[in-house]
Design a protein around this ligand. Structure first.
Ligand SMILES: Nc1ncnc2c1ncn2[C@@H]1O[C@H](COP(=O)(O)OP(=O)(O)OP(=O)(O)O)[C@@H](O)[C@H]1O
Ligand SMILES: O=c1ccn([C@@H]2O[C@H](COP(=O)(O)O)[C@@H](O)[C@H]2O)c(=O)[nH]1
Ligand SMILES: [Mg+2]
Length: 229
């Protein structure tokens, strides 16, 4: 179990303060200028990234994977969080939310500043209740969560297969077991909370990727979201 950094220190860390924006991320009460956020949750290897790639192509979302952002920060020269992130990822544990939320906020802000796109797929987040509550209160509420439902046996096989080429430090038997446990104990309660609020769209992710995507498209249409092409 990685050492948990002091929460107060993290909260006061200058590297984790909210960025100054020239445009607001979320303007309540306005129809334009609002960020549209869809969370994508599901077990490790359930196909979140695969489906996000389809949605980016057809709906014009910006895809932000919390795991990818953490890996980038881990590898960034001079990052004071690199070693901590590395340990958490290897152990399949959830990095303290201050770091992940700040990375997401920075990436959302950079996208808006760069090309004005305010449609975000936030993949692999929120993985823990505190993240879910803090993000929706302090950044922007999500429209709904796409949940890729898949049994562990299929996810394990996919991850071990991906591990042959991914170079990911957590695509191995030992880390996979820990990631599954974290998913069941820590992340599923978040999915269940959103489900109780009627904000989960579930797809059967055991089917072939294209079939899963057909289902995703149907469900998005029911939520009022249509492809751009
Ligand atoms: N429906 C599917 N059927 C079979 N294999 C799939 C399917 N969807 C994705 N895969 C494959 O399974 C592996 C994991 O997929 P992907 O990276 O999309 O999952 P993920 O949920 O983002 O995983 P992680 O939680 O580790 O980031 C990849 O090698 C991908 O090509
Ligand atoms: O909100 C998050 C998201 C991810 N992590 C850590 O990253 C790894 C890998 O995430 P993937 O989505 O599989 O790429 C995950 O196991 C966690 O250790 C996190 O801490 N917080
Ligand atoms: Mg992924």
């Amino acid at each position: 179990m990685p050492a948990v950094p002091d929460k107060k220190e993290l909260q006061e860390n200058p590297a984790l303060q909210a960025p100054k924006r020239s445009q607001p991320l979320f303007s309540p009460g306005t129809s334009d200028g609002q960020a549209l956020v869809i969370f994508v949750l599901g077990g490790p290897g359930s196909g979140k990234g695969t489906q996000c790639a389809n949605l980016v192509r057809d709906y014009g979302f910006k895809h932000l994977s919390a795991g990818d952002l953490l890996r980038e920060e881990q590898d960034r020269e001079g990052s004071e969080f690199g070693d901590m992130i590395k340990t958490y990822i290897k152990e399949g544990e959830i990095v303290p939310m201050e770091v992940t939320i700040q990375l997401l906020e920075n990436a959302m802000n950079a996208t808006i500043e760069d090309n004005g796109n305010r449609k975000f797929l936030i993949d692999g987040f929120p993985r823990k209740m505190d993240q879910a509550i803090a993000f929706e209160e302090k950044v922007v509420p999500s429209k709904f969560t796409l949940f890729t439902d898949c049994p562990e046996a299929a996810m394990r096989e996919r991850l071990l297969n991906r591990g042959k080429t991914s170079g990911r430090a957590d695509d191995n038997e030992e880390s996979i077991k820990k990631r599954f446990r974290t998913f069941v104990e820590t992340s599923m309660p978040v999915v269940q909370k959103f489900e109780k609020e009627g904000r989960v769209v579930k797809v059967d992710a055991t089917k072939a990727p294209d079939e899963v995507y057909q289902d995703v498209r149907k469900q998005f249409s029911r939520e009022g979201l249509e492809p751009q092409k």
